[in-house]
Design a protein around this ligand. Structure first.
Ligand code: ZN
Length: 420
């Protein structure tokens, strides 16, 4: 079994791994790196791919898969869970709308891709020639999975993006991956311990009460898939007494997730959290709600667009209001500028933010100690590829794994081929 690292080498984004099992080639994820213009993983010829696995809907794992289906020319099976396909469609369609000019594919290619989709359940094996693929629950987003590939007596475990502590929305990852010969592990927070989840939850709830009880409005910019729903569930779990509203693409994600209760940790709580929130329809309501005592949950998480711009403008002018930053803020984004400098940036127009801005950690990724807990469970003597982290996070993690467990661990370069 050979793995060719086509992306996510010492970087977060464009995850793509081509697994060669004799005559069968499996592509595990084919994502984009979202910068000002999307950046793509290494090229692979569609006719050399026997099947594609999408571990979860985030664009850095799913976003480049349609490029394999140009002009309806291929029908490579694409494996994933049903919510992964529905959420991928939502996110890829939005990416095409926003950055279509930079993409080598169009909406019709996304449709061709979806026609080739094979919906798998967790733990349901799927044969691609004589290679076996099984998806396990990853705890990262709704429908998200890890992948196990078996062929010729060798076993590979790919974590994708993983969360083993679970959340209000999702169950913890299923770590029953058995004895393995190779492991591809994410390294996003390999050098960081995040705040305990309960601390973040209580901090957010306290902030929400403070802001509303002094007559203000709290805006929570959130990614539309997972984070927006997680925040709504946290408010519900703590029996939050004030009004909660949701807006933007999060509403479409709400609808998709509502159709898949089996993928949620507590479907009843989700139903109440989402159902009892007000869903904003139209501009007249959107304009009024920023002056009401409530919590507004809306994308974009990094304030790059969507109704987030309207809501930031609406709350930034008064020190009664608050903005709770609960999503990762990339370098150079308006969200990062607001957090670091308290300046709201609307397409180049700067405005001082008087609202109270606070940050809370709600990451869907494992912290350092939780990544090591996965390694503690490993049986066998696997080669380990540390990917999906910045350079030092991948490199230091590999050195630590080698020292602690004696495994042959590396932070691969893009294009590097590793064999077991
Ligand atoms: Zn992800």
């Amino acid at each position: 079994m050979k793995v060719n690292v086509l992306g996510a080498a010492k970087e977060v984004g464009r995850s793509a791994f081509l697994v060669n099992c004799d005559n069968t080639n499996l592509l595990l994820d084919y994502g984009v790196l979202l910068k000002r213009e999307p950046v793509f993983p290494m090229h692979v010829k569609p006719k050399e791919v026997d099947a594609v696995v999408i571990t979860h809907a985030h664009l850095d794992h799913s976003g480049f898969v349609p490029s394999l289906y140009l002009s309806g020319s291929t029908d490579i099976p694409v494996l994933g869970t049903l919510p992964t396909f529905e959420l991928s469609e939502l996110l890829i369609e939005d990416m095409i709308k926003l950055s279509g000019f930079y993409l080598p594919f169009e909406y019709i290619d996304l449709m061709t891709m979806l026609k080739s989709s094979k919906n798998l359940q967790y733990r349901e094996p799927y044969m691609v020639n004589d290679a076996k693929v099984t998806l396990h629950e990853s705890g990262h987003v709704v429908g998200g999975s890890t992948a196990i590939v078996e062929h010729g007596g060798k076993r590979l475990f790919y974590t994708g993006d993983i969360n083993t502590r679970g959340s209000k929305l999702l169950r913890p990852a299923d770590l029953d991956f058995g004895e393995i010969d190779m492991m591809i592990i994410e390294s996003t927070y390999s050098q960081n311990e995040q705040a305990p989840r309960e601390e973040s939850e209580k901090g957010l709830i306290e902030f929400a009460y403070d802001v509303i009880e002094r007559g203000g409005t709290l805006f929570v910019p959130s990614f539309s898939v997972e984070r927006a729903q997680e925040i709504a569930c946290v408010l519900k779990a703590y029996d939050f007494k004030h009004k909660v509203v949701m807006d933007g693409m999060a509403l479409k994600a709400n609808q998709i997730m509502s159709r898949h209760p089996a993928y949620l940790r507590d479907a009843e709580m989700f139903r109440r959290a989402i159902g009892e929130a007000e869903w904003i329809q139209g501009w007249s309501r959107r304009r009024k709600v920023v002056n009401e005592p409530c919590v507004i949950i809306s994308p974009a998480g990094m304030l790059v667009g969507g109704s987030a711009i309207h809501y930031t403008q609406g709350v930034a002018g008064s020190d009664k209001n608050g903005i709770a930053m609960v999503s990762y803020q990339g370098e150079g984004t308006p969200g990062r500028m607001l957090l670091d400098k308290k300046i709201a940036n609307f397409d180049g127009r700067m405005m001082k933010c008087f609202a109270d801005v606070k940050r809370f950690e709600f990451s869907g990724h494992n912290s350092r100690s939780e990544l090591f807990e996965i390694l503690d469970r490993v049986k066998g003597n696997p080669k380990v590829l540390c990917v999906h982290g910045d350079g030092p996070s991948c490199e230091k993690f590999a050195v630590e794994i080698k020292e602690k467990y004696g495994y042959d661990a590396i932070a691969p370069e893009q294009g590097q081929v590793v064999e077991v």
